[in-house]
Design a binder for this molecule. Structure first.
Ligand code: ZN
Length: 366
């Protein structure tokens, strides 16, 4: 059985999501955001930024970037606030053409460091993490959080500007929406590594500690001077506003797969379709329902219209994702279709679904 939030499409099966009177934390936080004194928060932000500007260093901050719509917004906002940002992009597991184009576009606005990874090790990590945890994207998540801190430590940059606070925008346990900074503790607690740490992969299939060091945060001694803030705790976060800013600055987009609702998110990694599909198998909701939920909260559509849309797109398998055929993606990680289907079945919570035309449909949408 699936029970969903009364206001959006998030189900109670979403990990760590707290509910009150049938309303999810993401919707509760969205309401609370209307009561925040954003002028005051902006003044707080200016104080943080002024401190960095006074250092007169080559760069005032790092903007961690995928080249996506939010990254475009963060970089443009940083420049408009008088900052000199260094963009740090951790190479995705399987970079798409659209991803490449958007990284290059954003590099027109500020210097960019692209952190690259050994592709043979990366493919092993993708295959192992899919098999062991049902999440093909664990190495990418490790990289997104470690790369900006590693570059900051190497270059003596003391401020990192992440985008939204995930537990604020997408909900989490009580109180988790108040975090203003990304710390080692926040990353370990809320970033969903499914019980695996980067170091747990050492010695699997010949992976060495040196291979994994790039995926780990620097030592505490190197982290202590670095502050990583969530910009979304100082400037009210809006996906719609961010995509508008991105479009005006040359961002390219095209809907990556039928099971997505938005055309402008997660375009840079051909494996994201499988990442999202496994989330669907485990928890009964896909990227489509998550994106529709944001649009409901932002007042762009009604819950009934969103539910109707979800009936059509939820659970449609991404045979092609962001222009890359599923078989090409599987070849790169060295997994057969047969083995993939075994792994998928292992992680499917069958009680959440009924079969229709070969597609698993959540029982409440069937
Ligand atoms: Zn909700």
């Amino acid at each position: 059985m699936i029970t969903r939030c009364k206001l959006c499409l998030y189900p109670t099966t979403k990990p760590d999501l707290h509910f009150k009177d049938g309303v999810c934390a993401a919707c509760l936080n969205h309401k609370a955001k209307q009561r925040v004194d954003w002028v005051n928060r902006y003044e707080d932000l200016m104080q943080i930024l002024d401190k960095e500007k006074r250092r007169n260093a080559e760069f005032d901050c790092i903007v961690p970037s995928s080249g996506g719509k939010d990254s475009h917004y963060q970089v443009i906002a940083a420049i408009e606030m008088g900052m000199k940002p260094l963009i740090v992009t951790a190479r995705t597991c399987h970079l798409t053409e659209l991803g490449r184009r958007n990284i290059d576009n954003l590099a027109k606005y500020a210097p960019t460091v692209e952190v690259e990874y050994d592709p043979v090790v990366r493919a092993k990590l993708n295959r192992l993490s899919l098999d062991l945890t049902g999440d093909i994207s664990l190495p990418e998540h490790f990289a997104i959080f470690s790369a900006p801190f590693r570059v900051a430590a190497e270059r003596g940059i003391t401020l990192i500007m992440y985008g939204e606070c995930p537990t604020m925008e997408y909900g989490g346990p009580p109180e988790s929406e108040t975090h203003k900074t990304m710390t080692r503790a926040y990353i370990n607690e809320h970033q969903g590594f499914l019980g695996m740490r980067a170091r747990d992969f050492i010695n699997l299939e010949g992976i060495t500690s040196e291979d994994m060091s790039k995926y780990m945060l620097p030592d505490d001694s190197k982290m202590k001077n670095i502050t990583a803030i969530f910009l979304g705790q100082y400037i009210k976060w809006s996906s719609q506003r961010n995509s508008d800013v991105a479009f005006r600055h040359g961002f390219s987009f095209s809907k990556p797969a039928e099971c997505n609702w938005w055309p402008h998110e997660n375009l840079d990694n051909a494996q994201t379709g499988v990442h999202d599909y496994f989330g669907y198998l485990k928890y009964g909701y896909g990227r489509g329902a998550a994106q529709l939920s944001v649009d409901i909260r932002e007042g762009l559509m009604t819950r009934d219209d969103a539910l109707e849309e979800a009936r059509h797109i939820e659970g449609v398998f991404p045979e092609v994702y962001a222009g890359v055929p599923f078989d090409d993606m599987l070849n790169r990680i060295g997994m057969s279709r047969y083995y993939f289907s075994k792994v998928a079945d292992k992680f499917t919570r069958h009680s959440l679904f009924k079969q229709r035309d070969g597609r698993l449909v959540p029982v409440d949408l069937w």
